[in-house]
Design a protein around this ligand. Sequence first.
Ligand SMILES: *[C@@H]1O[C@H](CO)[C@@H](O)[C@H](O)[C@H]1NC(C)=O
Ligand SMILES: *[C@@H]1O[C@H](CO)[C@@H](O)[C@H](O)[C@H]1NC(C)=O
Ligand SMILES: *[C@@H]1O[C@H](CO)[C@@H](O)[C@H](O)[C@H]1NC(C)=O
Ligand SMILES: *[C@@H]1O[C@H](CO)[C@@H](O)[C@H](O)[C@H]1NC(C)=O
Ligand SMILES: *[C@@H]1O[C@H](CO)[C@@H](O)[C@H](O)[C@H]1NC(C)=O
Ligand SMILES: [Zn+2]
Length: 532
Amino acid sequence: MDNRLDPAETERLLGFGPERRKTRKELCFICFAALIIVCIVIGSISVWASLSYVDSGKRNVILMISDGFGPTSETFARNYKQYVNKLEYNYVTPLDEILVGSSRTRSFDSLITDSAAGATAFSCGIKTYNGAIGVNPKKEPCGNILESAKYLGLATGLVVTSRITDATPASFSAHVIHRNMESDIAVQQIGDNPLGRQVDLIIGGGRCFFLPNHTAGSCRIDERDLVVESKKRGFKFFSTRKEFDDLEPGKNNLPLLGLFTLDDMSYEIDRDPAQEPSLKEMSEKALKLLESATANSDKGFFLMIEGNVAAHINDPATHVHEILAYHDTISFVKKYVDEHPGTVMISVSDHETGGLSLARQVTSEYPEYLWYPEPLTRVKNSSYVLSQLLLNYWQEDRTEYIKGVIRSGLGIEDFEDYAISWLNKNHTQMEYEIFLANMTSFKAQIGWATHGHSAVDVNLYAHGQNTEVLRGNHENTDIGDFITEYLNLDLDFITLKLNKNNNTFHQATDSTHFHVDKFNHHHGIMSDDSKN
Ligand SMILES: *[C@@H]1O[C@H](CO)[C@@H](O)[C@H](O)[C@H]1NC(C)=O
Ligand SMILES: *[C@@H]1O[C@H](CO)[C@@H](O)[C@H](O)[C@H]1NC(C)=O
Ligand SMILES: *[C@@H]1O[C@H](CO)[C@@H](O)[C@H](O)[C@H]1NC(C)=O
Ligand SMILES: *[C@@H]1O[C@H](CO)[C@@H](O)[C@H](O)[C@H]1NC(C)=O
Ligand SMILES: *[C@@H]1O[C@H](CO)[C@@H](O)[C@H](O)[C@H]1NC(C)=O
Ligand SMILES: [Zn+2]
């Protein structure tokens, strides 16, 4: 619907008519009304006008995206922390301290967005269709904030725990008509695209899309070796914790491409610190490297950090550990902002996942008003990891084995015979995961509405100068607009560059470009368009 004022209608309402003669009083009123309209128009075209008045020189933006994290997840994590650490009822989490408003998440073509359209709203500042990576509803590439920042001389980085080719980071570093074109996304991320290399620092998972299709663990559609290609393009490449630890600021480490795992990195609850760093550690390293890379420049950096909090499996213990890891990262980044004037951080989600509810009616009698954090404290492993055990053990003592997995993994002793006999049968990995997760949710009396996303507004958090203008209820595209204003970017200019030669680099040339899940990857598995 077009809400703009129709000029003729405006004139009619204000009494401007060709035949009417105006009294002095009327003229006064008209002048006054016109003045008000001018004020309203000026106000609306410069929503972020106050920004231009604050300037402490060098500007950095840290955009933190908690993928799939809804408002209930925040209450959930807060209650859990209070329970585990015996905190007062009025304890505030690092996110609670910087709540400024909410973000509306619908996409161009659906009331429920996917991560691709959700991230493109942030990166390009536009609403687009579900599945779109950095392209508009007409499937044309749109310039994004990272590219524009790079053009202006800022350093740029992406830190994720998912595959770097997954929808959220892809929307800041590639343009393709469908999120499943991950082989093409990887190609663009190392700089093979009309703009050349845009990302200076990449840390995350998803190495499989950088390996030639004939090598073990590859999920590429072709024979290109992007590790070799990225090195030729100047990237320093690493894949181990040791190499990560050895990176030192000031040592000319950028451009940097670090991919620890073939697929998504481990869930926090399963993470082996000797193999994979935490989100906080990766963010800390990224900030050090970007800061030192821009130390002698009057331009700062743009860094996107994604926490993959989406609970598609509805596994509450895994979910809460992801959130706590995200909180740790937030605490660190907040401190960084306090110590670095000119730096702004925003934390927002692309959408909620699961329709999480901190209540569940478990009997047909009158519902009780409670939920129990305690059963979650006994869970040691994600349902993802436990389901793999069940999938791979078919010895004669399988029943005993299943009981062992439930006792040690979920910390549940009083399981029903029904559960054991169900788990004893042959199911898919995802079915096992969902079943195990439900056992914990049931004990904790936590409810879920879907294995996909939901339409609820998500919380908007911000810290740093000028962020007060983010107060209130916003469209997700406002986040992109805010960063554009704050860094003085010009996305239209980048869009023109991308589309100059009617480039078709973002289109699939054949159906094999659509990667079919080789992994049952655990961060989003329900269907093509509802991942993460
Ligand atoms: C690898 O990709 C090439 C195209 O680059 C294709 O011809 C070949 O069949 C693929 N090999 C495998 C094992 O998928
Ligand atoms: C489950 O977690 C425990 C405790 O962290 C760990 O020792 C064990 O190896 C994990 N199991 C699996 C299958 O990863
Ligand atoms: C379980 O079912 C799958 C699919 O039908 C089959 O490939 C697999 O061999 C079965 N596993 C066992 C242990 O029966
Ligand atoms: C979840 O577990 C409860 C308790 O065992 C069971 O009654 C319910 O049917 C399960 N729900 C699903 C979707 O499996
Ligand atoms: C751009 O190029 C494609 C493929 O070459 C062609 O199908 C399309 O019509 C062109 N679009 C415009 C606006 O020229
Ligand atoms: Zn998402």
